[in-house]
Design a protein around this ligand. Structure first.
Ligand SMILES: Cc1cc2nc3c(=O)[nH]c(=O)nc-3n(C[C@H](O)[C@H](O)[C@H](O)COP(=O)(O)O)c2cc1C
Length: 307
């Protein structure tokens, strides 16, 4: 059976992916790389991943003959890099800060994650070749990845960030900040625990939260997606809570608690208690919803509802 290639490609493009740049060095030792969204994680033990390379690529011989390659998962603000590595630009690497990874292939600064791989297997597949890499080293920054679907980029966390920057009222910004299976809680001033909250001025966006966590807790915060929006009808304050990941280091104040064992009895704010409980339940499956309501009553909206 033959299909119209364009129609088939458009249908494949309905699948939402991230965007990566695959890199290695050529025989002269110069870095080479190309944009690829055909990345898939394959196996944990042994640690394997794959990416599909078109046989028409100018780098086909280099990549299929390489001892290894790296996969750089682009962050939301790296659209330009994706374009540079997809076009016939003279020196693609002039546009990016990079270094050699532990196995020797170029890894980029400020990406969501990178994997430096040894070549595990090449699988011939029609007009592409599947490069299967064995992970020899990796880094995961916690940044939200750049999205790609139907030929266009999407940036969910950046879009929410813009939305927030345009919210004209002052409100309380909170965060469920996770690291290695634990969430960070801070003292509530009454001997109990709560989430980090900061008052956002009209002119500020999500950076108010990043600065607050940096200054008061001494940790780098990578904000992710929206988690909860509620008004405390007793105080009349609007609360907007985001999910986030935290950088390395010990917090200057506050404490990490296992996601599945938060100090519920010591959280006096019922809205925060319910939120932390919901986070524990949802994080086992990763099916996070967004709560909209007030401190007592509201609805959790599914982010990706099943049909
Ligand atoms: C978002 C995006 C995803 C892409 N994914 C792939 C891919 O998975 N495999 C591939 O061979 N080319 C892919 N391409 C196309 C290559 O990046 C493009 O053809 C590039 O110019 C190849 O460079 P080269 O010929 O120097 O290797 C993609 C392009 C874009 C913009």
């Amino acid at each position: 059976m033959t299909f119209d290639a364009r129609a088939l490609r458009d249908a494949f493009g309905a699948f939402l992916t991230g965007v990566t740049v695959v890199t290695t060095h050529n025989e002269e030792g110069a870095p080479i790389g190309f944009t690829a969204n055909s990345f898939t994680s394959v196996s944990l033990d042994p640690p394997l991943l794959l990416v599909c390379l078109a046989k028409t690529s100018r780098n086909y011989a280099t990549l299929t003959g390489a001892k290894g390659f790296a996969v750089n998962i682009l962050a939301e603000d790296q659209k330009d890099l994706s374009n540079t590595f997809a076009r016939p630009v003279e020196d693609r690497f002039a546009a990016v800060a990079w270094k050699n990874g532990p196995f020797g292939s170029p890894v980029f600064a400020n990406v969501a994650a990178w994997f430096d791989c040894a070549m595990h297997e090449l699988v011939d597949a029609g007009d592409h070749v599947i490069l299967i890499g064995r992970v020899e080293g990796f880094d995961n920054s916690g940044r939200t990845g750049l999205g790609y679907a139907r030929g266009g980029y999407f940036t969910p966390a950046l879009a929410e960030k813009t939305l927030l920057a345009n919210a004209d009222a002052s409100l309380l910004l909170g965060v469920v900040a996770e690291r290695d299976g634990e969430i960070l809680m801070v003292e509530d001033g009454n001997g109990g625990w709560t989430l980090p909250f900061v008052e956002k001025a009209e002119s500020e966006g999500l950076e108010a939260l990043e600065d607050h966590v940096d200054m008061n807790l001494g940790l780098i915060l990578w904000p992710g997606l929206l988690y909860s929006v509620y008004e405390d009808t007793k105080t009349g304050r609007q609360h907007v809570v985001y999910r986030a990941t935290l950088g390395k280091g010990a917090p200057k104040s506050g404490r990490f608690f296992p996601i599945q064992a938060p100090p519920l009895a010591e959280i006096s704010d019922s809205a925060v208690r319910d939120l932390v409980k919901r986070y524990a339940a949802e994080s086992t499956l990763g099916n996070f919803g967004v709560y909209v309501g007030n401190q007592e009553k509201g609805r959790v909206h599914a982010v990706a509802a099943k049909g």
